[in-house]
Design a protein around this ligand. Structure first.
Ligand SMILES: [Zn+2]
Length: 356
């Protein structure tokens, strides 16, 4: 571990960043002593984690609920073919790769689905929360946590060739609820435009790795500014970039004095049982959220083997096929059922194979 610049190897390692005047030795030392948590480890999360671990952020926690699939490899830069073959959880594969990239950073991958019940436990204690998620429900939850804990967070989203990011410093700059929930009430056309695209997802219109790379880079630069204490140049602007058209926008967004989250402190997403027990997950999958139970996946796999097809278990998840469906089960009881959008089908499969 090398948390100090007194170590000549550390100095050499970070020398090009230290030469950058806005960081310098003092900034690098602060970065080495800093920490951050990334929620979601897809295209944005992997690119962001790679940049921050190489930059020397002292401690990085990565929370993700999914496993690596072949369709991820086109843009999720920390993962390799073997990770997809083995269906490794993204948090596990990312942690392994990042530790190999920089052994001086304490990287911690956590396989979990961030929801209202566990969000503060997973995110507290970090001075910065970073968005690598793919849905607005989780982002508004992160926004609630950020405002509630008084900790900055950086929103980022990418779809097709377009991406957008906003740094939120609670109480000082506009939060995501200021932007999303009051769209149309003030001069935030850029924000409205980005919200209008919110129903498009990477599962319906695709996504370019190049777009994710641009937005993750902007997010990483904002993160580094905050972590080295150069806060004056962070936040307050909704930045968007379309790598296909080349259109770039940076729109100043103001706080909404009536904002539900950062003015009135009404944390619907954090307090509410806003998260349904079942959610759609991609184009043809249903997720059954964790039931907070401990499953012995190996034993379950052995029990199911005579009745289902293609049973695979790797210590992190159990997967099997019940044609035309594929079920993936995690140790906490969470499950992803692929091949249906019908909650009743998913519930019935879960009851039949897991709730025994
Ligand atoms: Zn707000």
């Amino acid at each position: 571990m090398s948390y100090s610049l007194m170590d000549p190897n550390s100095y050499e390692r970070y020398s090009r960043q230290i030469l950058f005047a806005e960081i310098g030795e003092a900034g690098q030392q602060r970065l080495l002593e800093s920490s951050a948590v990334i929620v979601g480890c897809g295209a944005l999360g992997t690119a962001l984690a790679n940049l921050l671990v190489r930059a020397g952020v002292g401690r990085l926690r990565i929370v993700d609920r999914d496993f690596v699939e072949p369709s991820n490899l086109q843009r999720q830069t920390l993962f390799e073919e073997a990770d997809a073959r083995e269906s490794l959880p993204k948090a596990v594969a990312a942690e392994r790769r990042l530790r190999a990239i920089n052994s001086g950073v304490a990287v911690e991958g956590i396989v979990a689905d961030v929801g209202p019940k566990n969000a503060e436990d997973l995110l507290h204690g970090f001075p910065l929360i970073l968005d690598g998620t793919d849905n607005f429900e989780t982002r508004l939850l992160l926004n609630d946590v950020s405002v509630h804990l008084g900790v900055p967070w950086i929103y980022a989203a990418v779809v097709a060739s377009y991406g957008v990011t906003l740094t939120v410093r609670p109480g000082l700059t506009a939060c995501l609820a200021c932007v999303l929930e009051s769209a149309g009430t003030s001069g935030i056309d850029g924000a409205s435009a980005s919200v209008a695209g919110a129903e498009d997802t990477c599962d319906t219109v695709g996504v370019l790795g190049a777009a994710a790379g641009v937005i993750a880079s902007i997010e990483a630069a904002e993160a580094i500014k905050l972590l080295v204490g150069k806060t004056e140049s962070a936040g307050g602007r909704l930045v968007s970039f379309d790598v296909w058209s080349g259109r770039f926008q940076s729109v100043r967004v103001e706080r909404n004095p009536e904002c539900r989250a950062c003015a009135r402190h009404e944390f619907h997403y954090l307090e509410g049982d806003a998260q349904p027990h079942l959610t759609m997950c991609g184009r043809d999958s249903v997720q059954i959220h964790e039931r907070r139970r401990q499953l012995d996946l190996a034993a379950l796999g052995r029990r199911l083997a005579p009745t289902v097809a293609e049973v695979r278990e790797n210590g992190f998840l159990l997967r099997f096929r019940v044609p035309p469906y594929e079920m993936t089960i995690f140790p906490d009881g969470r499950a992803i059922i692929k091949g249906t959008r019908d909650p009743a089908v998913a519930r019935s499969l879960y009851a039949r194979y897991i709730s025994i």
